[in-house]
Unconditional design. Structure first.
Length: 131
């Protein structure tokens, strides 16, 4: 997730249906997969696009009804702590172990001393998982 500014949020979504990006970029081996590896027959691109758009529409409706808190709680249950670097719009980057999001959508990390650090979401430029 990258935030382009204090009022704009851009979320990119890539879905490998039949392509195999690791053949072009070996660094993607082990971290990328293709839907065709798991589904046979593989759905057509148009069908997958419709499923994704429907899911986004359902998620948007749920956000309008219940707000962000239930979504944050669900995401936090799915995420596992991992080492990250957080690049900020201003100031030095921070490193630590990603813990999840607080109820307002701010990032929570444990710094190298194990202390909990809350980073306001509007200050985050980019979150990068470290290997």
């Amino acid at each position: 997730i990258e935030q382009g500014g204090h009022e704009t949020l851009s979320v990119g979504l890539g879905l490998n249906i039949t392509n195999e990006p690791w053949k072009e970029g070996p660094a993607l081996s082990g971290v990328a997969c293709s839907l065709s590896q798991f589904l046979s027959p593989t759905p057509a691109t148009e069908e997958m696009a419709q499923h994704v758009l429907d899911a986004i529409s359902e998620a948007h409706a749920a956000l309008e009804i219940s707000g962000l808190a239930p979504t944050i709680e669900a995401l936090n249950q799915l995420w596992k702590p991992c080492a990250v670097t957080v690049h900020l719009h201003e100031g030095p980057s921070l490193t630590g172990v990603f813990q999840g999001l607080d109820r307002a959508g701010n990032l929570e990390i444990a710094n190298p001393l194990g202390e909990r650090v809350v980073i306001l979401h509007q200050n985050v430029k980019q979150l990068v998982e470290k290997e």
